[in-house]
Design a protein around this ligand. Structure first.
Ligand SMILES: *[C@@H]1O[C@H](CO)[C@@H](O)[C@H](O)[C@H]1NC(C)=O
Ligand SMILES: *[C@@H]1O[C@H](CO)[C@@H](O)[C@H](O)[C@H]1NC(C)=O
Ligand SMILES: *[C@@H]1O[C@H](CO)[C@@H](O)[C@H](O)[C@H]1NC(C)=O
Ligand SMILES: *[C@@H]1O[C@H](CO)[C@@H](O)[C@H](O)[C@H]1NC(C)=O
Ligand SMILES: *[C@@H]1O[C@H](CO)[C@@H](O)[C@H](O)[C@H]1NC(C)=O
Length: 470
């Protein structure tokens, strides 16, 4: 089925290319909006509402079939709907209804329209409010579909999520078991704050991926790269050289700028690792197959005689991530795209991260107070409770939970915050050998290895078992 869509898309693409656009919508949905309260927890007052976006696909749905719901995460829901093709296989297998719900504050689901991002208005950007929205939509879908109470109460709903939204899926099952039968949570960070004992894990996994796909030399060059950049930045000539060689939109002029540039660079290295899929992808940004490998090839096949040519080659390699389309005129290192997610990481989703000598990142210890202070500078909030989220959802204490699958790619830095071993017969952990970030939920591809296809088969079996018991 998907191959047909793909071929159609390719033909369509050629047609559209002529018209100067491209074919990104591989899967089609009906877009809907529903009114939901800005807060689900202040019921005494009259509460204003806003429009939450969700997408529906009925292609495989036969009335009475289960509802399969993907919970949106840190971005536009359209992006997730085009990068979670496995759900079409699930829907086809069980004749289910497919729904993708956007996470509040992302995409078009703005509680305070164009003024949603002010710090005052961001106060309703919480995981509990997001879950509240999902409850509202699921409730609405059931009421629209069924008249009698028994059907509304008993109709099976299974939720899915990848990364942050994987955690939301697991929490959804834990908090609302009467509404949600089970959750498939891929690459879900579940452990936060002081429960994270190995802050070096994240960058360690990223470094191991660069060693595996890019060879040791790539890692060495990156390590040297940080030093070269910091050295160059000591002079104005050096700063100018970096600014022009890397075509930065804004010229570097201060140490704060340099800090921002280094942070941007680190993020790109992480994203190359997160998106190191074995085929070309477009999850927030278009990338070639194995982008990390391509990056390292550009870096290691080059010959450097001096630090300046290292900066040049580094800049060219970065284009694999920043400019794969070839249409970017300058690099915006003061990147605001993660403004919202970084806010969430400051207030609720505290994920300790540190780098040590053995990884390829700039040496940085994890000092919670320093992190909290940076958050205060950025968002005006000093969070003195890094563990609220563990208390709210249990962290790794999932003994009394049920019907959750936690899948983790072996090559995914987010697995550092995940549930990696079986908790009980109904809360299970699945490892995906050679798997990258929530690869199991992506569209099945002819180039997938057996590990990935086996995990997908196991998800189908698990869902079958859940459905058979109702
Ligand atoms: C939001 O839109 C309204 C109406 O179009 C406008 O008056 C207001 O200035 C905008 N606010 C911001 C922060 O852009
Ligand atoms: C950076 O500067 C220091 C001190 O000037 C020097 O010892 C070191 O070799 C330089 N590193 C590189 C990679 O240029
Ligand atoms: C680097 O040095 C080698 C050997 O000395 C030389 O052949 C090559 O042309 C130089 N490359 C650059 C870019 O200067
Ligand atoms: C992006 O690629 C195009 C085509 O190769 C090039 O002209 C442009 O300068 C590149 N942009 C940046 C920021 O490097
Ligand atoms: C969890 O249990 C299942 C079934 O017994 C097993 O196949 C799987 O390997 C276990 N997961 C882990 C991470 O050990």
């Amino acid at each position: 089925m998907d191959l047909t869509i793909h071929r159609f898309c390719v033909v369509f693409l050629i047609y559209l290319e002529l018209k100067g656009t491209n074919c990104e919508q591989r899967f089609s949905f009906e877009t809907r909006f529903a009114e939901v309260p800005v807060t689900h927890f202040e019921w005494q007052k009259e509460v204003r509402t806003f429009k939450l976006k969700y997408l529906i696909n009925t292609k495989h749905y036969v009335r009475g079939g289960p509802f399969f719901i993907y919970l949106g995460g840190r971005g536009d829901i359209d992006v997730y709907s085009q990068n979670t093709g496995f759900l079409f296989e699930v829907a086809a297998t069980f004749k289910g209804l497919l729904v993708f719900i956007e996470h509040r504050y992302y995409g078009r689901s703005l509680p305070f329209s164009n003024e949603s991002m002010t710090l005052e208005n961001l106060r309703y950007m919480t995981t509990s409010e997001a879950l509240g929205d999902f409850v509202s939509i699921i409730d609405l879908l059931k009421r629209e579909t069924f008249e009698n109470t028994a059907s509304i109460d008993n109709h099976p709903v299974i939720v899915f999520g990848g990364g942050y939204s994987g955690a939301l899926a697991a929490w959804m099952r834990m908090k609302y078991p009467f509404l949600v039968l089970g959750a498939i949570a891929s690459s879900a960070p579940m452990i936060y704050g002081s429960s994270v004992k190995n802050c070096e894990c994240f960058y360690d996994v990223v470094t191991k991926m660069f060693e595996k796909y890019g060879h040791e030399q790539c890692v060495k060059t990156i390590k040297l790269g940080w030093e070269v950049l910091i050295n160059l930045s000591r002079s104005k000539i050096g700063l100018d050289f970096i600014s022009s060689t890397w075509r930065l939109c804004k010229r570097l002029s201060s140490t704060e700028d340099l800090e921002m540039l280094l942070e941007w660079l680190g993020e790109i290295l992480v994203k190359l690792a997160l998106n190191n899929y074995h085929y070309p992808s477009n999850f927030f940004t278009p990338l070639p197959a194995y982008p990390l490998k391509v990056f390292c090839e550009k870096l290691t096949t080059s010959f450097f005689n001096d630090t300046k040519s290292l900066v040049q080659y580094f800049g060219q390699a970065l284009q694999v991530y920043t400019n794969y389309s070839g249409r970017v005129s300058c690099n915006e290192f003061e990147d605001q795209s993660d403004y919202l997610y970084n806010y969430q990481k400051c207030v609720e989703l505290i994920m300790p991260k540190c780098s040590i000598d053995s990884d390829m990142f700039i040496h940085r210890p994890w000092i919670y107070e320093k992190f909290a202070l940076e958050c205060k500078n950025r968002y005006g909030i000093f969070n003195n409770d890094a563990d609220w989220i563990n208390r709210a959802y249990g962290g790794s204490s999932l003994k009394y939970a049920s019907n959750i699958v936690f899948s983790h790619g072996e090559l995914d830095p987010y697995s550092c915050y995940g549930i990696r071993s079986n908790v009980s017969s109904t809360v299970r952990a699945v490892d995906i050998t050679e798997g990258s970030h929530h690869v199991d939920l992506r569209n099945p591809d002819v180039s997938d290895n057996n590990y990935i296809t086996d995990v997908r088969k196991s998800h189908i079996q698990t869902i079958k078992a859940w459905l058979s018991k109702i």
